[in-house]
Each structure stands twice: as C-alpha cells, then as structure tokens.
Write a protein that binds this ligand. Structure first.
Ligand code: HEM
Length: 417
C-alpha cells in the first residue's frame, strides 16, 4: 500500500494527481484547516459555488481592514510595484470599485470584439497545426504545448490588445514572473522578480498606451484608453496598466494550461477521442467543457473572510464549521468539478457530458471575464486537431509544472502520424 493521499499543494506528486486527495477532502468536514498554508480548505461543489458568490468574503480585505487587523505582516517595501499592479486590476478589487472597473473594461472587451476575432483564431490554430504536422512528419515526437497550446492564446491576447509582434517575446517572462507569486510557496526571490517584472511591464504598457492615445488603432488597448461610464468616469492610467497585465497574464497562463491539460485528457481516453473525431460538429462544444472540467487548470482560488461565516449546514454526517473574520479560504474548484453530488461518474472523461456546470471559470462577481474568448480558443485548437490530425497520440506520459494554483503541463510530447 502506498502512503495515504493528502492535500499537499507544494508536493509534485499531489499536483500531478490531486484527485484522490480531493475525494478524501470531500468525504471530510465542510472546511478543513490546513496548518501548512494557514487556509481553510473547501472541497465540495455546493459549498465552493456558494462561497464564490458570498459577499461576506472577498478577494482582498484592504477595502475594509489593514494587514494588522487580519493578523498578517506588513508588506515588504520591495513588493510595492507588484501589489500596485495587481491591486489595479479588477480581480483584486471588491465592490463598489470592482463593479466600476468591470463595467468599464467590459465596455471595451465586448462579446462582439471576441466574435470578430473568431476567424483570426481559426486561421492561427490552422497555421499552428500545420507546424505541428510538419515538425512530426518523420514520426518523431513534437511538444504540443510549445507548438500549439502556448503560442495560440499568447498571440491572440497580444493581437487583441495591440502589442506589436516585435515586442511579444518580452511578455511571457513578465507574466511568468508575476503568476509565480500566486503559488503558495512563493519566496523573497520570487517576490523581487515579480516586482521587477511589474515595473518593466508597467513602463512598457504606459509607453504603448501613450502611442495609442496619440494615434488610435483598432485594438483593445485603444478602446480601454477611450472607455467612459455614464458619469464620464474613466480608467485611471494605473487601472489601465493593471487591466492589461491581468488580461495578458490570463491569456498567457490559464488558457495555455487549460489547452495542454485538456488535450492530454483527450489523448488518455482514446475511445472518447475517437467519438469526438467521428462527430466534431456535435461533440466539439461539450468536449471543450469536459476538458475544462476534468483536469482543471485553475484548481484553487482564495477568499478572505470579511465577516464570520458558517460553512456547511450540518447535513451529511458532518458538522458545520464556523470560520471567523480574518481567516483565508482555499476554494477547490478542481475538487468541486469532480464532486459526485453534481457530476455522475465524475472521474469519467465523457466528451458528450451534459449538463456540465463546472466551476473552472469561477462564479459570482469575479466570474472569468475571458471565458468566451478562452472557449473560442480551445474550440479552435481542439477542432483543428481532431479534423486535421486523426492519428494524434501521446508519445510519453507528460510532466506537470510544480505550481498548483496555476496548474499545467510542462510539455506534451505527441506523434502526429
Ligand atoms: C481556460 C482559460 C481560463 C481559465 C480556466 C480562467 C479562470 C478564471 C477564474 C477561475 C477566474 C475567477 C477567479 C476568482 O474568482 O477568484 C477568472 C477571472 C478572470 N479572468 Fe479568467 N480564465 C481563463 C482565461 C481568461 C482569458 C483568456 C482572459 C482574458 C483575456 C481572462 C480574464 C479574466 C479576468 C479579467 C478575470 C477577473 C474577473 C473579475 O475579477 O471580475 N481569463 N478566470
């Protein structure tokens, strides 16, 4: 018998396959205190869904309290550029500020803008699949993450915002350094690197925004410089930068990982892969949702308890748990997605699963603003693969990167013929 499977977000073994530990957690109390992370871990679907929408919780507490009141140390000065950037994006704001920011950004990042991009996304996916076919034409393994999963969302978000092609290689190292800070084991060196990345990224975006103000273009950055609400309120310069960093990070990290994890799930289930190939017109949309559910790229998001909450209702043989103001919750979206109370046979990968109310994009006021774009990108990549690479197969068991919060494959070696 192996060791018992426990919640251990810092362990590579756990990150590779967190699902047995999620099963154990869901069978336990509604919230379990984890000493290592100092977080209350919530694993059942109904609770994660409810708490994501609960206004007694927040992504930040700084609008209602200071660090001392929440028992947290003061912020080191070297992190100032990092926090200034992050707190100027909507994801780390709470109402009424969040409401204002989200409304302004949504006025520029519209459904219409995403729909207009669909042909371009299809063309890009087609070109990248050509490259995949070329690189693997001699039967040798090709890394699907490097050739398709990574370049597609990175190019799409950069083109959407209007970042010139010559500058794009700058973006990914900045995003990677910033996203590293969302992991539970980020240290001082990570903090210094993230702060430096924020300072450089911010300077770059300020210069680019200035050129768009002088010479408007048909891109999202120009639209963000122009949006105004009914009272004439606009995004401040810092909010504009915080928003662009958030959009670029999401485009760089979440979609890349969701594509890699999703395609690996498909390749691990050849009978499901065959079903999808046989009828992509009917099955592509549910298959994308199942890829998002089955091996979640965003398995955990955090919330601060702003006012005392009771988690659970004492049913199911487990007692409700009182959690006081000042505590932090780890909401396990990845575990919610495998909860048998909501998903029949949850460990089965089923490209025709319907309904599929997974929580991979969150819920409530912070529900992912980029979900329509991410879905379009996944459908384009997976659609091109199933239509044009019928012999696609995994060439080796892929390895996951060490991160749990931003969870994805290092590489996905495949053969194409
Ligand atoms: C498959 C890919 C993606 C996944 C799995 C994902 C997941 C998520 C999740 C779970 C949240 C909510 C976090 C929370 O409640 O604490 C979120 C928020 C957000 N996402 Fe995504 N995301 C993806 C792609 C994108 C893309 C492509 C964009 C934009 C280009 C984007 C932009 C955002 C923004 C702006 C927010 C903050 C919304 C708010 O605070 O109101 N995401 N995302």
């Amino acid at each position: 018998m192996g060791d018992p499977v426990v919640y251990q977000p810092g362990s590579p073994r756990f990150v590779t396959d967190p699902y047995p530990a999620f099963d154990t957690l869901r069978a336990g109390p509604p919230a379990l205190y984890d000493d290592a992370t100092r977080q209350w871990v919530v694993s059942r679907y109904a609770l994660v869904d409810r708490l994501l929408r609960d206004r007694r919780l927040g992504r930040t507490y700084l609008h209602v309290a200071d660090h001392a009141e929440f028992g947290r140390p003061p912020e080191p000065a070297y992190l100032a550029p990092f926090w200034a950037t992050i707190r100027n994006g909507m994801l780390d704001r709470e109402p009424p500020d969040h409401t204002r920011l989200r409304r302004l950004v949504s006025a520029a990042f519209t459904a219409r803008r995403v729909e207009q991009l669909v042909p371009r996304i299809a063309t890009l996916a087609g070109e990248l699949v050509d490259e995949l076919l070329d690189a693997g034409s001699d039967g040798s393994p090709v890394d699907l993450v490097a050739v398709l999963a990574e370049p597609l969302p990175v190019t799409v978000i950069a083109e959407l915002l209007g970042v010139p092609e010559s500058d794009r290689s700058l973006l990914r190292p900045w995003s990677a350094a910033i996203c590293r800070m969302f992991e539970l084991d980020a240290d001082r060196a990570d903090g210094m690197a993230a702060a430096a990345a924020c300072a450089e990224f911010g300077d770059y975006l300020r210069r680019l925004a200035a050129t768009r103000r002088a010479t408007p273009a048909d891109d999202l950055l120009t639209a963000l410089t122009q949006v105004a609400d009914a009272d004439g309120g606009r995004l401040s310069e810092d909010e504009l930068v915080g928003t662009c960093v958030l959009l670029l990070n999401a485009g760089h990290e979440a979609t890349v990982n969701a594509t890699g994890n999703g395609v690996w799930a498909l390749l691990r289930h050849p009978e499901q892969h065959a079903q999808l190939r046989a009828d992509p017109a009917a099955l592509l949309a549910p298959a994308v949702e199942e890829m998002l559910r089955y091996d979640c790229a965003t398995p955990m998001f955090e919330r601060w308890v702003l006012n005392d909450v009771t988690i659970g209702d004492g049913t199911g043989g487990t007692e409700a748990v009182e959690v006081a103001r000042g505590a932090e919750l780890a909401l396990l979206l990845g575990s919610a997605n495998r909860d048998p109370a909501v998903f029949a046979d949850p460990d089965r990968f089923d490209v025709s699963r319907s309904p599929n109310p997974h929580l991979t994009f969150g819920a409530g006021i912070h529900f992912c603003l980029g979900a329509p774009l991410a879905r379009r990108e996944l459908a384009a990549s997976v659609g091109a693969l199933v239509r044009r690479v019928p012999k696609l197969a995994a060439a080796a068991e892929p390895a996951y990167k060490p991160g749990f919060v931003v969870r994805g494959l290092r590489s996905l070696p495949v053969t194409v013929r």
